[in-house]
Design a protein around this ligand. Structure first.
Ligand SMILES: [Zn+2]
Length: 397
């Protein structure tokens, strides 16, 4: 490693190939500048458009687009921006396996095979650069390539950290390059995940807006009660879908969880709520011992229906995070009577008093300003989770 560090030396990264959305001051303008490696279909998918609609809006006769070209993204498209059942294209990366790709998107290996028979053949051979049709059931974006130019002072470790990769990821992504021989001015390819257009929570949950929000896709482990009100920040969507998936992985018998309102597409006032304006609030049902007939479509009263305590506790602790300083959650509102049930159960399971005190307001009174979980009237049939402001959202209050 030392050799690598010495050979590659830090400074500024020249990043090319990133999509460059053109955002007006109000950030609602929908014009998009094509960058290297992008296809019309890929851009259409990103904005939830059909390729046809995008072609029509830009008076294109075919699929030819060029770098730097500006495309108008029709507003009409975006209401259809649901990942539900629609395929995305994944470009095979060095080290990819069918099982790995399936796991990453929440797709199935069999589904991948049958959908991509023509590309991978009967032997299921993957080759770098192949384009596979994947049907995601998770909020995950296909990785995109950036070309990183090594500058004086760079280390592989520092580059990896900056892009949330590991050094071995970088080696895997550049199989033909010897990391010990990289010199200033050389380029390496990095495949990174994450939204091209980052969301922003603006203002307060009770008086705010959501810019470039992301819609919770339809998923395997959750049920969206109102997809048109399922828009949140990138962080909200990632934390939720990860938490629901984690619960179902550890408790395979848990039923799909009911997800109520998050925010409207651009935030702002949402009928029936005081908050839910900036993509940081979400209403979630409870897990029940046996899925009631009306579930998961309805929110059901947890003082009347027997809870699946294991699964509910898993959800609450996953959302709360490993410790107070690492938690991305500001509050979870749950009625005091339901808090008591959960608290008593957790205590019986041997959860430490310290953790109980951090998690619950109970038994300190329904007005105590303590615990992540607080009482609010009307919250016996759902959990209202408020996430902290995403890091970097400096207009978020
Ligand atoms: Zn709520």
């Amino acid at each position: 490693m030392t050799a690598v560090r010495n050979a590659i030396a830090v400074a500024v990264a020249a990043v090319i190939g990133l999509g460059s959305p053109v955002l007006a001051a109000d950030a609602y303008a929908r014009s998009y500048t094509v960058s290297r490696g992008e296809t019309l279909g890929g851009i259409a998918h990103r904005f939830g458009c059909s390729t046809d609609a995008l072609r029509r809006a830009n008076k294109l006769s075919g699929d030819m687009i060029r770098i730097g070209q500006r495309l108008d993204i029709p507003e009409r498209c975006e209401s259809g921006a649901e990942a539900s059942g629609s395929a995305v294209v994944h470009t095979v990366l060095p080290g990819d396996t069918l099982a790995g790709i399936a796991a990453r998107y929440g797709d199935s290996v069999d589904g991948l095979k049958s959908r991509n028979r023509k590309v991978i053949g009967n032997k299921n051979m993957l080759r770098i650069g192949q384009k596979l049709r994947v049907v995601p059931t998770k909020a995950v974006q296909p990785p995109r390539k950036i070309r990183y130019k090594i500058e004086s002072g760079d280390t592989l470790g520092a580059i990896a950290e900056r892009y949330d990769l590991t050094v071995s990821d970088i080696k895997r992504m550049n199989p033909k390059k010897d990391p010990r021989r990289l010199r200033v001015g050389d380029s390496i390819d990095l495949w990174i995940e994450g939204p091209v257009v980052r969301s922003a929570a603006i203002g307060r949950p009770q008086h705010g807006e959501l810019v470039n929000g992301q819609q919770l896709p339809s998923g395997r482990s959750w049920y969206r009660r109102r997809p048109e009100r399922s828009w949140g920040t990138n962080e909200t969507i990632a934390l939720l879908s990860d938490a629901f998936d984690a619960v179902q992985r550890k408790h395979p018998s848990a039923h799909d969880i009911a997800v109520g309102d998050i925010s409207a597409k651009t935030g702002g006032r949402l009928a029936g709520h005081k908050s839910h304006q900036s993509g940081r609030d979400v209403d979630i049902g409870f897990y029940f011992a046996r899925q009631p007939k009306t579930g998961p479509k309805a929110f059901l009263d947890a003082t009347r229906h027997p809870l699946d305590y294991e699964a509910t506790w898993e959800l609450l602790t996953t959302l709360a995070g490993p410790s107070p300083d690492k938690s991305r959650v500001e509050y979870m509102f749950i009625g005091y009577a339901v808090q008591k049930k959960l608290y008593d159960w957790a205590k019986k399971q041997g959860v430490s008093q310290r953790k109980l005190d951090w998690m619950f307001q109970y038994p300190r009174g329904s007005r105590a300003m303590r615990g992540v979980i607080r009482h609010e009237p009307g919250h016996n049939n759902h959990i209202h989770v408020r996430f902290k402001c995403p890091k970097g959202d400096n207009k978020c209050l």
